[in-house]
Design a protein around this ligand. Sequence first.
Ligand SMILES: NCc1[nH]cc(CCC(=O)O)c1CC(=O)O
Length: 318
Amino acid sequence: MTEKALRLGTRRSKLAMAQSGQVAEAVSQVTGRPVELVEITTYGDVSREHLAQIGGTGVFVAALREALARGEVDFAVHSLKDLPTAQPDELVVAAIPVREDPRDVMVTRDALKLTDLPRGARIGTGSPRRMAQLNAYARSRGMDIETVPIRGNVDTRIGYVLKGELDAVVLAAAGMNRIGRSDEVTDVLSVDTVLPAPGQGALAIECTADDAELVAALAELDDPFTRAAVTAERSLLAALEAGCSAPVGALADLLADGQIVKEMRLRGVVGSTDGSTLVQLSTTGPVPETHEAAMTLGRELAAEMLAQGAAGLMGERA
Ligand SMILES: NCc1[nH]cc(CCC(=O)O)c1CC(=O)O
C-alpha cells in the first residue's frame, strides 16, 4: 500500500522551488511518505512595488500561511529571514534545519572585489540593511560608492550587472548555493563588513499545531544550534520592533575551544541607510539550552543597542 502524499505549499520562484524540493526529499525520508509540491502565488511575487512600501514583513509568507490554515497544504517551507517574528497560535515551526552559509555575496562587473570597485561604483540592493553597512564601510575607507535601490529575483538582479547598468549587486550566499549558481559569485562579504539579516541562510518548516504526527516527524529535521542562533537573532529583531525591511543585521554563532563549544556570540547592527551612523554591538553567553534563554540573549543585546540610539535609526525607509 502506498501512503498518501504530504502536500508542501511553495512559492514558484526558482529559489523557493529549489529549497522546497530539497526539503521535500528530506521530509519524504523521515516520514516514509511521498511529498508533492503545491504552487502558491504570493503578493510579494506579483507586486512591482517596493517591498518596503508594501509593508515588507511577511509578504512572501502570508499566502503560504493562508493555504496552511485552510488545509490546502500540509506544510510549508519559508526562508527564515522573511518570516515575521510574531508566530500565529495555530501554526508551529516544526523544524529549522542546519543553516546554509549566512553571508551576503556580490556579483560584480569584471569579477572585481568590493575593495577594488572603481570610484563612483553603483551597487544595487533593495535592502536598507545592506545599504547602511556598505555605505558605512565605504565611508570608513574613503571609498566612493553609490547604493542603488533595486528588487527582483536573482536573474533580474544579476541582469543589471550583465547589462552594464550597475557595477555590482548584493545577494544572499544561501540563495545562490541553493539554486546551484554559487559559481557566479565574485565576492563573499565578510560578516565584519555586512552582518546578514536575522535568520539569513536558515529555513523554517511550518505546519499546523494540531497535526501532532507531522510536528513530531518534522522535528527530526531540526538542528538545535541553528534554532538557538536564529531564535536569538529574531528576538533581537523583535525587541528592536523592526521588520524584515529594517536596516537591522544580526548573527549568532558558536565560539569553540578546539572541538568544545563554549559560548554563543550574538552580533547586531542597526544603521542609517547612508551609512553615516551605525550602532554595532555584540554579546556572548552560555549556549542557550531553552527557547527562553535564546530569546533573552537577543532581548539583552537589543536593550543595549536601544540605549545607544538604535531606535532613531529604524524609522528610515530606503
Ligand atoms: N529577500 C529575499 C530572500 N529571502 C531569502 C533569500 C535567500 C537567502 C536565505 O535563505 O536567507 C532571499 C534572497 C536574497 O536576499 O538575496
